[in-house]
Design a protein around this ligand. Structure first.
Ligand code: TRP
Length: 353
């Protein structure tokens, strides 16, 4: 069976380091593993519009930003097809057929949808399009016959729901759709990076993000202002490393080589943590080390972004070509779906049989 990746992000803002460790880095690794026959990376503008109907300019303005973030991270347009969701209308038609295979109560039970409805204070007035986005996401995934979907861990319920739709479709209309698997990073610290304020999640609306496109100075200022252990007041005090964002970031980003390069006092993170817990290690020293580690990771990303920023027309062209290619793949699946459902009326005199 062909190994195919489909994944994507809503263009509602620039991508941050939480996206990076949670999924982008994994996508680049998979892309370069040589194990995949086809890779599709989608800028999910139609999904972003489901809760931004009144702000299409916000979605539009972030399409280039997300494309630049992808290219900056090392998504290579020669290996991966980057495309814009709404430029592939086949996805909408698939969504319409899948909607009939899902009940309202099943979507209501989707934990991610539930959480988002609360966050957005939608309770009494949920846009129908927003409510259906898990179904549209199943269309995105199955249209490309994706076998692997590298996404953040918050997307697990979407993948569960997608698999259910695949099973239901195949049971009703015969084997047609491919079942996908979610791909998450192995490192648990990467699954959900907290905000720099210590809140559970890095999120644009909370203003607690470090963006991939932040300048070196911005990143440093954000790290130096990071929330740490509130009980660790003087350097000599014993500190906590658990639930301490600075140490969670280190667990997500640092490798033993970083100690050899930037902080020879310790051989690895465990030694550093032990010292902090014992007392005698100040927050400023830990933050300076985190800054060194993060800057070394972000520097090549920033440099690639700067190169692509000089050629915006090339980025547009790559999105146009990518969307055309993605459209061809999705059209083939849509044909298979219509055939399976026997709604391909004008093929082979089907309407007469
Ligand atoms: N829901 C994803 C996000 O919020 C974006 C997305 C839309 C997606 N369709 C997808 C991700 C299909 C993976 C597969 O970022």
């Amino acid at each position: 069976m062909k190994q195919i990746i489909l994944t994507g992000d809503r263009p509602t803002g620039r991508l941050h380091v939480g996206h990076y460790v949670g999924s982008l880095k994994e996508r680049v690794r998979l892309q370069n593993s040589g194990k995949y026959d086809e890779i599709y990376i989608m800028i999910a503008d139609a999904q972003a519009l489901t809760d931004n109907a009144e702000h299409p300019e916000k979605v539009r303005g972030n399409i280039m930003q997300v494309a630049l973030d992808y290219l900056a991270c090392g998504i290579d347009p020669a290996k991966s097809t980057i495309f814009i969701q709404s430029m592939v209308p086949e996805l909408t038609e698939l969504t319409f057929y899948y909607m009939n295979l899902v009940t309202v109560s099943r979507v209501q039970r989707n934990p991610t949808v539930k959480a988002e409805i609360q966050q957005r204070n939608f309770e009494a007035s949920i846009p129908v399009g927003f409510f259906c986005y898990p179904i549209s996401q199943a269309a995105d995934i199955t249209a490309f016959r994706a076998t692997a979907v590298p996404v953040g861990e918050d997307q697990l319920p979407m993948l569960e729901q997608c698999k259910e739709i695949v099973h239901k479709f195949n049971a009703v209309y015969g084997d047609t759709l491919t079942e996908p698997e979610i791909v998450l990073p192995d490192n648990k610290a990467c699954l959900r990076l907290p905000g720099i304020d210590g809140k559970a999640k890095m999120s644009k609306s909370l203003g607690n993000c470090i963006y991939l496109s932040d300048t070196e100075e911005d990143v440093k200022a954000k790290i130096m202002s990071m929330y740490t252990d509130p009980t660790h007041i003087r350097r000599e005090d014993p500190g906590h490393t658990e639930n301490n964002p600075v140490f969670i970031y280190l667990a997500a980003f640092c490798r033993d080589e970083h100690f050899a390069e930037f902080l020879k006092d310790y051989a690895n993170l465990d030694e550093m943590k032990a010292h902090y817990e014992r007392g005698g290690l100040g927050d400023v020293k830990v933050k300076r080390f985190l800054n060194d580690v993060l800057q070394s990771e972000l520097r090549p990303i920033r440099a690639r972004r700067a190169e692509w920023e000089k050629r915006p027309e090339d980025v547009v062209e790559l999105l146009r070509a990518g969307s055309a290619r993605a459209g061809q793949t999705a059209a083939q699946t849509l044909n298979d779906v219509r055939r399976a459902m026997r709604i391909d009326y004008f093929e082979n005199g089907n309407l007469l049989r």
